[in-house]
Design a protein around this ligand. Sequence first.
Ligand code: ZN
Length: 287
Amino acid sequence: MPELPEVETVRCGLLPAMEGQRIARAELRRADLRWPFPDGMSARLTGARVVQLRRRSKYILADLDRGESLIIHLGMSGRMVISGLAAVHVPGQFHFEHPALEKHDHVILHMESGARITFNDPRRFGAMDLCATAALDAHPLLAGLGPEPLGNAFNADYLAARLAGRKTPIKAALLDQRIVAGLGNIYVCEALFRARIHPKRAAGRIGRARIEALTDAIRATLREAIAAGGSSLRDYRQANGELGYFQHSFRVYGREGVGCLRLGCTGILRRIVQSGRSSFYCPICQR
Ligand code: ZN
């Protein structure tokens, strides 16, 4: 499942084909993904220019010149594929022919530039919706989201205030999208390892210095993953124009039973289940 860094990587990959570009035709090959498409979606997109391509949490937002924004959520298995990129004249861009459409290609944006952006989603947990740009904060998918973990509003003061008095495990608190937006299971495990905090520790029982270490760890973990995504993006483009999935090396995630990577630590990494999701951690250096 794509997490924040993967979504950011997809957004960066889409930028040259979408931002500033006009949609010549929006082709919907079915009536829904996870939910039905909004009324008149094809007509509302056709002819619109994408003024800005942004990200909020795990959503990609394409602000259109008509005052609406297209909300894109990749869900569990959604992929964006760009073809015909040579037509947008990006220096160094590889040329691709448009591939034949596949069974799970559900939405195709035919750009005026000649580029084509295809949303493919075999499991259809993804979503697309249109919303007035000025009303995005009240959209059901976006309302109530906490600050962006890489934004200025997310800092130790903020997090300390939100965690104060909470008995819930820190793992659950960080997955709560109202506290911080866009964090998922993998990067929470990685950030807690980096900050040496046990995933079961009560959120309200983490000292100020450790909260500072935690906010730093969250940012560093996400930034590294975004940087890794950026480099894999170049490879992906040269392969087939597909965006969004790449191999990462994680420090604890998925590494149950192997030795802790922290220098001098003799811990063997463990997996526990919290709220139905796996947590990976070192029983020695995470407290
Ligand atoms: Zn360790």
